[in-house]
Design a protein around this ligand. Structure first.
Ligand SMILES: [Zn+2]
Length: 171
């Protein structure tokens, strides 16, 4: 975590992940470099998350350290992502997963579109499935779903792939 924002001044929006046609859309972006926190009990391996982070680094996105939290980590227990972090946790009952494998909420400042925290929840048994973490990290970096066959941001996992068209960081 690199800084603290004055909480009371923040108006934030939770990004939804609706289907978008055309080019991939990035609705917000990090200004600071986010660290990734893997909560105890998250159904993902450190290696899988490292690989997913590397996928995005290759596209020019800055991602900091990936660490596994201790079992008594405050943010993990209380399901609160700390500012400056992308938290990964097991899907909780408070998330309406529907038929989704993973769900990511990304908070950004309305005026500046700066992302300041993100939280990824993954269904039990799915986190280490190929492309899941890459896809959810894409949402944590501000990208929406992009339903082109073979694309990493396809909302339907079975139709997705590793295609990264339109995801390079040009900032
Ligand atoms: Zn998605």
């Amino acid at each position: 975590m690199k800084f603290l924002l004055p909480w009371l001044l923040i108006s934030y929006t939770v990004q939804d992940t609706s289907i978008v046609f055309g080019d991939p859309v990035q609705t917000a972006a990090w200004d600071v470099i986010p660290d990734i926190i893997i909560c105890d009990g998250a159904p993902v391996s450190l290696q899988r998350v490292e690989n997913a982070a590397e996928y995005w680094r290759h596209l020019g996105h800055n991602i900091g350290e990936v660490t596994v939290a201790s079992h008594n980590n405050y943010g993990c227990i209380n399901q609160i992502a700390l500012v400056g972090t992308i938290q990964i946790n097991l899907a909780s009952q408070s998330f309406d997963m529907g038929r989704q494998i993973g769900l990511t909420k990304t908070w950004s400042i309305k005026d500046t579109k700066e992302i300041f925290k993100s939280r990824i929840e993954v269904m039990s048994g799915w986190g280490d499935t190929e492309r899941i973490m890459e896809h959810e990290l894409g949402h944590a970096l501000g990208f929406r779903d992009y339903n082109q066959t073979g694309h990493i941001m396809h909302s339907d996992w079975s139709r997705g792939g590793l295609n990264a068209k339109g995801l390079k960081n040009n900032r």
